[in-house]
Design a protein around this ligand. Structure first.
Ligand code: MV4
Length: 649
């Protein structure tokens, strides 16, 4: 069969990824989109595009009838389902076949067989794939499950037969807990998957997740293409993946590869598949599940094998034999992938939404970026919050890791909270370099991975100098004092409400400021789109992004937006009140006016000192001073009103 036109029944980075290969092979592409994606990158890249429906996936990317209508109307030969959405839906695969359109994936019956965890385990056990001691039978009576549990021994795991993503999983430490665990797991499984069948398995405490990429054609050939370690996960969501899985002997690799080929053969497989295993500390591996799609993490396999797996999928779907035999598949170098998500690690990884106001990717040898978004795009709550995958490649593992750490440092992202600093910390962690990988990695190192960010003061100084330089520092008194160096005073506030009172004193080639009892020498070094600051002779530089809300500095620990706290021309009563309050804890130095004085807008009223610098409180509007609650020398707390001012009638 000659595949001339492919419809991609997906969105985001995977749709773009598939379109890239089609283009390279001269295959025409048809994109589909929901109302939320009309201007999305995958739509712009494709040769033609069709609207599916509203933003909700159920009414667009999951609408099988509409997809088939579009496929027929556009003269599509084959449908690539990507991952997620309809990629592992046997009914959709069958409907495509019935409509005479090639589904780029395995046949419907193979998908269905792997959909049930217990059926899959029974098939794999029969095929000779290693299994954990367990029970996955149909007899679900408490009596039978208890007997089987005693055979397996404790601790053991109760899993939902039709589950996924760790839902409905219960660890049972001892026999007395079994009854309660079965009841809870049944309820969870019923409500989450509509089926309460359970299976039992010996529980491994800190296993690794190692998976094998397999490929099958319609001529009886099945091969494996290296393996991947995906142990670094958070709540069953993969975060870091790499190929090949580090630390495996050649013998173990071959054994796992051959077991995976047997797994594929056992279900008359076709196309790309992944066989997932748990690996224990003794290097024994046990079948976990088989995914019947091209996985998110396939690029690491592509980089170490030099193969384009989407091209393989297209070849196999067209009825061609596999491009390479097992002997011809060579693995060279090492690849690491991280998933960049719009989420806030500091807030329990809450998904973040917003606009990618700034988005620049790293460039250079050994770095690949797979993404479905461009600068200015929005990340919405409708779909997966993954922004991009960054994939690094090197001659060996440490080189791939170094390149990844460097690449993450070169990413410029502003406007939305991401896990970029978290990924930087994982890949820069000594335990990662040491390949001390297991499914509890993130939990084990959470203190280091989630520690609060670094010192923000240098960035605040850089922002202050930029504001002065550009003459838009508002009402900052930049006065020349008699017999004294020029001084500038600014109060900045970051997006978390942290305040940075900055007093700058002009010096020979720039400024000085006092910080923690030290004098710091500062000089601004102008540069487009970056903030550069010479700090005690050390040149620092960060990408930055300016908008109405302030200047966002893209620090290695994450973006931080600074805005100037101004005290003039403010509109609301709340702002005016705030303008008359102590901006931080400190000492009242001078009352410059008396009760009863008429003052004009902007007139200095009170001076206070905090953190070794003076801060002047000025009138936000013209009026009469009605109270001065503090005597000079008094300690005043952040937020205390220092002057009462009655507005002019
Ligand atoms: C296990 C296990 C330990 N022992 N099975 C989690 C998702 C599901 N598909 C299988 N999972 C596990 N099954 C036994 N017998 C530990 C996990 C597990 C895990 C597996 C792979 C990657 C990350 C994980 C995180 C927690 C638990």
């Amino acid at each position: 069969m000659n595949i001339k036109k492919v419809l991609i029944a997906n969105r985001g980075e995977i749709a773009c990824r598939v379109i890239d290969t089609c283009r390279r092979l001269g295959i025409a592409t048809v994109a589909v989109y929901s109302d939320a994606d009309r201007h999305a990158r995958h739509v712009a890249l494709a040769d033609e595009a069709f609207r599916l429906g509203p933003a909700e996936a159920r009414l667009s990317y999951l609408d099988t009838e509409r997809l088939l209508t579009v496929a027929k109307a556009s003269g599509t030969d084959a449908i690539h389902p990507g991952y997620g959405f309809l990629s592992e839906n046997p009914d959709f695969a069958q409907a495509c076949a019935d409509a005479g359109i090639a589904f780029i994936g395995p046949r419907a019956d193979a998908i269905a067989k792997m959909g049930s965890k217990s059926a899959a385990k029974a098939i794999m056990a029969k095929a000779g794939v290693p299994m954990l001691p367990g029970y996955h039978g149909d007899d679900q009576s408490d009596q039978r499950l208890t007997e089987e549990a005693n055979k397996i021994g404790y601790p053991l795991l109760v899993k939902a037969a039709f589950g996924g993503g760790g839902k409905g999983m219960r660890i049972v430490e001892k026999a007395e807990q079994l009854g309660a665990a079965l009841a809870t797991a049944r309820r969870e499984a019923q409500s989450a998957f509509g089926n309460d069948q359970l299976l039992l398995e010996r529980y491994l405490t800190a296993p690794r997740h190692v998976e094998v990429q397999v490929f099958a054609d319609d001529h009886g050939n099945v091969v494996y293409l290296s393996d991947r370690d995906c142990s670094i996960q958070r709540r069953h969501q993969k975060v870091v993946e790499e190929a090949p899985a580090p630390g495996l002997s050649d013998a173990l690799r071959a054994e796992m590869g051959e077991a995976s080929v047997k797994a594929a053969q056992a279900i008359n497989y076709l196309g790309a598949g992944t066989v997932e295993y748990l690996l224990d500390e003794q290097g024994r591996f046990y079948f976990m599940e088989m995914n019947t799609r091209l996985q998110v993490e396939h690029p690491v396999t592509e980089l170490v094998t030099g193969q384009d797996l989407v091209a393989w999928q297209l070849a196999v779907a067209a009825g061609e034999p596999l491009p390479l035999s097992q002997e011809q598949i060579k693995v060279q170098g090492h690849a690491v992938e991280v998933r960049l998500y719009a989420e806030d690690p500091q807030r329990d990884f809450l998904p973040a939404t917003g606009t990618l106001a700034r988005l620049r990717w790293p460039e250079g040898d050994g770095v690949r970026v797979d993404t479905g978004v461009i600068e200015g795009d929005a990340i919405t709550a409708y779909y997966d919050p993954m922004i991009a995958k960054l994939i690094s490649f090197g001659d060996d593992r440490l080189m791939a890791i170094r390149r990844m750490v460097q690449a993450l440092g070169q990413c410029e992202l502003a406007g939305i909270t991401t896990n970029l600093p978290f990924l930087h910390r994982i890949t820069d962690h000594p335990a990662f370099a040491a390949a001390d990988l297991h499914t509890g990695f993130i939990e084990q190192h959470s203190d280091a991975l989630l520690a609060p960010s670094q010192d923000a003061w240098p960035a605040a100084w850089a922002v202050a100098l930029a504001l002065l330089q550009q003459g838009d520092s508002g009402d900052v008194p930049l006065g020349w004092r008699l017999n004294a160096p020029a001084r500038a005073q600014l109060l900045l506030e970051d997006e978390h409400g942290e305040r940075y009172p900055i007093l700058l004193t002009a010096a020979d080639h720039g400024w000085t400021t006092e910080h923690n009892g030290d004098t710091v020498q500062l000089a601004q070094v102008p540069c487009r789109n970056r903030l550069r600051l010479e700090l005690n002779g050390h040149l620092k530089s960060w990408p930055c992004h300016r908008d109405e809300q302030g200047i966002t500095v893209l620090l290695p620990g994450g973006p931080l937006r600074f805005a100037q706290v101004t005290h003039q021309g403010e509109q609301s009563q709340g702002d005016a009140d705030k303008a008359l309050q102590a901006p931080m804890n400190g000492t009242l130095v001078a009352n410059l006016v008396n009760v009863g004085d008429a003052v004009s807008a902007g007139q200095a009223l009170v001076v206070m000192e905090a953190m070794k610098m003076e801060y002047t409180i000025s009138a936000p509007f013209a009026g009469t001073v009605t109270a001065l609650p503090f005597a000079e020398g008094a300690q005043v707390a952040d937020g205390t009103a220092l002057v009462a001012l009655e507005a002019e009638a």
